[in-house]
Write a protein that binds this ligand. Structure first.
Ligand code: 5GP
Length: 173
């Protein structure tokens, strides 16, 4: 009998420790920058971004881009709509994603951001599922590499639910 409760896969403590390390790595790599424009991909990356920017020692300018895939499918439909009003010209940019799965969403966002002519563009993702990749994109900073599983929590949802969980979990089937 299904309980409906997701089971923990990556604990809150593991996430906190890893986010701290990632913030340090981003800060080291941008130590020469006067400021860093952090672009959070909504909706899934909002919690990760909030924690990450508090571990970055370079002054951050926080911006948002909304990426929506159609439908309630558990995998990307390949139809990604982007909404933003970003001005990134000549800026040092860090794009923050929740998860890279097929790579379709990220490659679509990268095309869009490159057109805005940033001075530099680095990609940071909390989770990566390299075995699900259809388009060859890679992050500069990856929190955790996971197998091809559907996960929720820490900003990631299943049909709108579970974003508030403080850990990464596997939903009950
Ligand atoms: P991609 O375009 O790389 O296939 O998928 C990226 C987007 O699909 C993510 O930003 C996320 O919104 C969604 N996604 C992919 N894998 C998962 C997953 O395991 N769990 C959840 N909740 N969303 C996922």
């Amino acid at each position: 009998m299904a309980t409906g409760l997701p089971s923990e896969y990556i604990s809150a403590e593991q996430i906190t420790a890893r986010v701290k390390e990632m913030g340090q790595a981003v800060s080291d790599d941008h130590a020469d920058a006067t400021e860093l424009t952090v672009v959070c991909v909504l909706n899934g990356a909002f919690i990760f971004t909030a924690d990450l920017v508090r571990q970055i020692t370079v002054p951050c300018r926080l911006e948002f881009i909304r990426a929506s895939s159609y439908g309630l499918l558990r995998s990307s439909s390949g139809m990604v709509t982007l909404n933003h009003d970003l001005d990134l010209e000549a800026r040092r940019v860090l794009l923050v994603e929740d998860i890279i799965d097929t790579g379709l969403t990220l490659s679509r966002i990268l095309d869009e951001l490159q057109r805005l002519r940033p001075a530099s563009l680095k990609i940071c993702t909390l989770l990566d599922k390299p075995s699900a990749r259809k388009i060859p994109v890679e992050a500069d900073y990856t929190g955790f590499t996971i197998p091809d599983l559907f996960v929720v929590g820490y900003g990631l949802d299943s049909a709108g639910l579970y974003r508030e969980l403080p850990f990464i979990a596997i939903p009950d089937p």
